[in-house]
Design a protein around this ligand. Structure first.
Ligand code: CP3
Length: 342
């Protein structure tokens, strides 16, 4: 049994003393202890070595005591396992030297045996569970099929994902085939992760908000929904969509245990669009952690009052930025732990 189960109770919608808190991308570049390891090993070595991945996962928990840990890994291990080369370039980000642009490219994509190709992730989960010693739950994750397609077709990060969209709009048959291959792989992958020990799974649709509401349903949401339905009896599923507030009414009808939202929507409107009964996770602007610790604490208290302490998981609206001072990250976490409803 997990000693601090606040996060799991919030996912069930139970009444809690205070909401749980964690930060997207909490295992990362703003931490000096992370930088130490980063200086010694390249990105995919860190992902593939269970001792390193587990150590990086618990670093933020040791320092700040969040209510949940998220496994150190990346959404791009999936395309890598599907026979698509993925590099992580310093000061640039992901780079895929052979992006997909036609049916032939989709034909070359393999649906792997995740227990072989991604066994290193399962080993990292087991090593992390040992280190965590049941103190807090462990979150596993995957990218949404659309967000993964963005990288596979665009070949790198982008402000517009114009090539990815162009592929979907000019070759929808091939695009849907690729999305389905990614969906099938992701379902098998997340099921294995749950078997290896993760307590919940989050789907990151980081680039869902690039699509129009109609295109979002066709190219993103229907695949996320397949994953949710396939996983719902194995573990709680959290669907995070960056810029996807327009889809919240549809998302609220799903079997997701919680919905993650970014900072472009008020708590009141998010509650309204989701019918008031779904657990929500978010949504401080990550750049707001550049404010003073005192201001951060005030904003966090206001945010909890606005969402309500129940059916709520405190988080940022997207990943923590690399230039956030440690005392500011600490103020964010502490403000939640110090929260008392009045
Ligand atoms: O809390 C955690 O840090 C858990 C691990 C985690 C990473 N990536 C490690 C990482 C998680 C949950 C991710 C998810 C991820 N990866 C997403 C979805 C979440 C989001 O932020 O929208 C996306 C889009 C990616 C793809 C990706 N990986 C990009 C765009 C980059 C480069 C930009 C960046 O953030 O540095 C990465 C590299 C990456 N993934 C790093 C880390 C800690 C930094 C590079 C490094 O450590 O060498």
């Amino acid at each position: 049994m997990i000693k601090n189960d606040l996060y799991l109770r919030a996912l069930k919608g139970e009444t809690v003393e205070r909401p749980p808190v964690w930060m997207m991308r909490q295992a990362g570049r703003y931490l000096p202890e992370f930088q130490d390891i980063k200086g010694k090993y390249d990105f995919f070595t860190r992902c593939r070595t269970p001792e390193l991945a587990s150590e990086i996962t618990v670093q933020p928990i040791r320092r700040f005591g969040m209510d949940a840990a998220i496994l150190f890994s990346d959404i791009l291990v999936i395309p890598q396992a599907m026979n698509i080369e993925v590099q992580m370039k310093a000061d640039f980000g992901p780079y895929l030297p052979h992006p997909i642009h036609d049916q032939k490219g989709v034909d070359n994509v393999v649906i792997p045996d995740v227990n072989i190709e991604l066994d290193y992730v399962m080993q990292a989960i087991k090593a992390t569970k040992d280190l965590l010693n049941n103190e807090v739950p462990l979150i596993g994750f995957a990218g949404s099929p659309w967000t993964i397609l963005c990288y596979c077709v665009q070949g790198q990060g982008s402000k517009t994902y114009d090539k990815a969209k162009g592929f979907c709009f000019t070759n929808p048959v091939a695009a849907h085939e690729l999305l389905q291959k990614i969906t099938d792989t992701t379902i098998a992958y997340l099921k294995s992760k749950v078997e290896a020990g993760v307590d919940a799974v989050q789907i990151f649709d980081s680039w869902g908000g690039m699509l129009s509401p109609v295109d979002y349903q066709e190219f993103s949401w229907q695949y996320i929904n397949q994953i949710i339905d396939a996983l719902k009896d194995d573990a709680p599923v959290i669907a995070f969509g960056k810029g996807c507030w327009f889809a919240l009414p549809e998302m609220a009808k799903s079997n997701a245990s919680a919905l993650g939202i970014d900072w472009t929507i008020t708590a009141q409107n998010a509650r309204y669009l989701t019918g008031g009964n779904k657990t929500l996770q978010g949504n401080l602007d990550p750049a707001r952690l550049l404010s003073s610790p005192a201001e951060i604490k005030k904003m966090v208290r206001q945010m909890i009052n606005d969402f309500g302490k129940d059916k709520y998981i405190v988080n940022l609206g997207h990943g923590i930025l690399p230039n956030i001072p440690l005392e500011n990250a600490k103020a964010f976490i502490d403000a939640v732990k110090e929260y008392r409803s009045t």
